[in-house]
Write a protein that binds this ligand. Sequence first.
Ligand SMILES: [Zn+2]
Ligand SMILES: [Zn+2]
Length: 590
Amino acid sequence: MQIQFWGTRGSIPKPGPTTIRYGGNTLCHELRTARGTLVIIDCGTGLHGLGLKLSSGGGRGLAGHILISHTHWDHIQGVPFFAPFFVPGNKWDIYGPKGLNQSLRDTLAGQMQHTYFPITPDEFGASIRYHDLLEGMFEIDDVRVRTQYLNHPALTLGYRLEADGATAVYCCDHEPFSRDVAEGHREFFGLDQQHADFIDGADLLIHDAQYTAAEYPSKVGWGHSSTEFVVKLAQHANVKQVVLTHHDPLRTDEALDGIVEKLRDGLRVDHSAVLVSAAAEGKAIEVKSSGILPSRSSREEFSATTSVKPALSNRWVLIKVADVKVATALDEAVHAEGLRATFCSSSDMARKLIAKDLPSLAIIDHAVADDSGEEILDVLRATKGGEFPVVMVAAREHEERRVTDWLTTPFTQSYARTKIRAWVLREACRWIRAPIPRDEPARLTSLRALNLLDTEPEERFDRITRLAIALFNVPMATITLVDESRQWFKSCQGTAGREDPRDASFCAHVVYNREPMIVVDTLNDERFADNPLVLGGPRIRFYAGYPLTLDDGGCIGTLCLLDTRPHTLKEIDFEQLRDLALIVMEQFQA
Ligand SMILES: [Zn+2]
Ligand SMILES: [Zn+2]
């Protein structure tokens, strides 16, 4: 694939005699795959020139995709001036991070309100589709796109694009999560390591590098990286070539030359093979595969273009802070994001609140005088597991493995809001794992006593699943046993696997509730829309499960029906499903 730079400047356009070679337009990139797919990344003022080039042949019949990192001006100001938007028949898809209360379209329309601009997005002649993105993975023709939230005072997505066997990663705007990592005092860890994992093995990395390490201490919290950090990141993440961009408006061509020269000297001393340059308007780079296998992100199973709305109603944030000013600021930030804030004074209070309804996020002050903050952490982790997001408020981050993210004081409201929104969206858009039943140890003992796990398929069970398929007109039916960390199929028709992780198991919900469960269309169900068994194979759209309960009361699994298409309820006759489940039980206990 080829990437051309149409804008390289951060914050504000800066054309003039000091920026002739590296360019004065704000960020915009044109990516073309060998097959001709067009992906535009960010829409700063550089988009104007790209629009003119695309329109040169009359500008009709154009189609393309536009990825927006975030909606700060320097990334969207070219939108109202993009000529191909005004030509009827052109087709554009615009993708950007999803807000909590406002769609991408509304946000873009904001800068085109009557007071600021004479034309509204409704008057674009082209057909434009807007896609709100979350963290995850999706495909644009022959381009595979992964997204991950960056650290910036607005909700911002980084993009990892794989096409033609090569990988390019774009991260603007981004500041290291940890100041110690940003300033090179500490090796990559936590969220900064996650950022490096997202970039890992890229053939080309285009990264925000607005400041130098010398300038950075006075710019902490502004949401940008230093050139030195970006080169260190590129080395750490096995990047082949790194291009520094989002140049500071005050950076002259000569200054950029000097910066790049110094960085190259450092790489030579390190015997590093990483190629470094500064993005220059008009330059193009052919991105070729380095043959390094792209890393597999743990989030790739999540669709970034999820079709369900994240379940955001009634979301609340648990807060435990000592400082009144910090408490007020957090309260305002949480409310501005349309969420509820609940302040906890003790771990007892936290326990009571959590028992009623789990929060989406906890924000805890590192300096809480008593250690009730620690206790609240224990309560949360015990109830919700190790992945529960906890943001710790402190003047400086500390060594604390149980903390997911740090909010260093003083913070701006926009920074706090971005962190809150990112963590709540991450939580809201995952699937819901079934809770562990209260009688789990006894249930597992009963299950294992049957001596069925990991045995060969048997005709007496396969007969029942075949019958289920015929009776209910579904392509798949299984007899599922829910083991400690997996679901295992004693019989399965129409699907190849023998087991799945328990986390993704639909049947585990039936086992927990001890009641039959029907999901008419998984894509319309917040509990399952992002489940890996829905987004990936066997692409479950319909589920019906009947609990298999032993005489001793232990619910060990289900007889379940699956389809890749939605079903209506009345197609499933529960009496018949129950009869089949009872036959399975008789066989189990025979
Ligand atoms: Zn920017
Ligand atoms: Zn920005």
